[in-house]
Design a protein around this ligand. Structure first.
Ligand code: NDP
Ligand code: X2W
Length: 345
């Protein structure tokens, strides 16, 4: 199957190139950029030498749509709003990595992204691809909206207890940290070396655009849903997200009981690894891989459950999950092209 990547000069784009170049079922046939034409991608990214010989090409949605079986969009929010509808509706399937098609309430998109939303009906038809929890819909999707990096880590961690009504939905706190590649390749004072290195900062306090995305999925799972507290911090590392979730249990449970529930829930999911008690995951343990590692612990003094979930923001949080979804959309093995192990140390 022929795959194309738009936004191929960004961090999400080059991660798609890395993974698709080693994929047995997709052939990466073209890569697109809005700022560069006929320039080998290796000029900016020499690590792709002899891996990806393709030049960056000007974006022509009509031609891309006709020549591709699947188009991955790794462009900033606001751009997919325009491009995705132009690419959809024909032979090609579309996988969008941005936030543009995730929020079914278009007013939420306006409020949190501060941009004009895509057409409501188009968004309604886009399938939200939190793979482990929406496989059947993903399989038939023509337009796939890939989850955000923080929502992926947080929701995979929360799902078993939220779906089984085991935590107080009115008291969920999600405390998340991300490496700087989560912000893309563009520079800003927040990710400037001198300000980020040797430092640790909270950002977008109570106004992060992933808040409505997480709340939307929690509401689909549990009718008692309520606003969450969600905070994001910048770690002075390149890759990785750790989301630590805190919530009171609705009735007393032991760590062993909660652990058993998680093991049972994720026993058939190739990319979710539930850690044994007290073996809390670090971000390095999933770096470069499509794994999400989860650990749980009950604080018996407060009856509060602590859930720790880690992913690589560029893999399970972006390009890896996008390919996992595309695999299902084309009836390939879900793990095809994604079997690379984490890099450690
Ligand atoms: N980084 C991460 O960990 C994650 C990112 N995402 C999402 O994936 C998308 C890509 O992110 P990321 O790769 O990090 O960002 P980057 O800033 O690194 O890359 C953005 C890409 O979009 C292209 N682009 C910029 N403006 C336009 C335009 N007007 N038309 C078409 N293309 C344009 C840029 O290339 P050029 O200027 O050459 O066209 C570049 O290739 C974003 O929506 C992001 O929110 C989602 C999950 C995680
Ligand atoms: C470290 C960092 O800055 N991360 C970004 C993640 C952005 C992202 O992935 O945006 P969408 O999912 O909304 O497209 C942030 O917190 O905004």
């Amino acid at each position: 199957m022929k795959a194309s990547v738009i936004g191929a000069s960004g961090y999400g784009g080059i991660e798609l190139i890395r993974l698709l170049s080693n994929h047995p079922d997709f052939e990466l046939q073209a890569i697109y950029s809005s700022s560069k034409e006929n320039v080998p991608v290796t000029e900016d990214y020499p690590h792709l030498a002899e891996i990806c010989p393709l030049p960056l090409t000007k974006i022509d949605p009509v031609a891309i749509k006709e020549t591709s079986d699947v188009v991955f969009l790794a462009v900033p929010s606001g751009i997919a709003t325009e491009l995705a509808p132009q690419l959809a509706g024909g032979h090609a399937k579309v996988v969008d990595l941005s936030g543009d098609l995730r929020l079914k309430e278009t007013d939420d998109y306006k409020k949190w992204y501060k941009k004009e939303p895509a057409d409501r009906a188009f968004i309604a038809d886009a399938v939200y691809g939190l793979t482990e929890w929406n496989r059947e819909n993903v399989k038939t999707a023509k337009v796939l909206s890939n989850p955000g990096c923080f929502p992926t880590a947080a929701l995979l961690g929360l799902a078993p207890v939220v779906k089984n009504n085991l935590i107080d939905m009115k008291n969920i706190v999600i405390d998340a940290k991300s490496g700087v590649s989560g912000a893309g390749r563009g520079l800003s004072p927040l990710v400037h070396f001198a300000e980020m290195n040797d430092n640790f900062r909270i950002y977008k306090v109570n106004e992060h655009q992933h808040i409505p995305e997480i709340e939307q999925q929690l509401a689909w799972w549990n009718k008692d849903t309520a606003p969450i507290t969600f905070s994001t911090h910048l770690l002075p590392v390149s890759r990785g997200i750790m989301a630590t979730m805190y919530a009171p249990l609705t009735s007393a449970m032991t760590t062993e009981e909660v652990y058993a529930l998680y093991v049972e829930t994720y026993k058939n999911d190739p990319f979710v690894r539930v850690r044994p008690s007290k073996q809390f995951p670090g971000i390095k343990e999933v770096a470069g891989s499509n794994f999400c590692d989860i650990s749980v612990d009950v604080d018996t003094r407060t009856n509060r459950l602590v859930i720790v979930s880690v992913i690589d923001n560029l893999v399970k949080g972006a390009a890896g999950q996008a390919i996992q979804n595309a695999n299902l959309m084309f009836n390939f093995d879900e793990a095809s092209g994604l079997k690379g192990f984490p890099m450690y140390p």
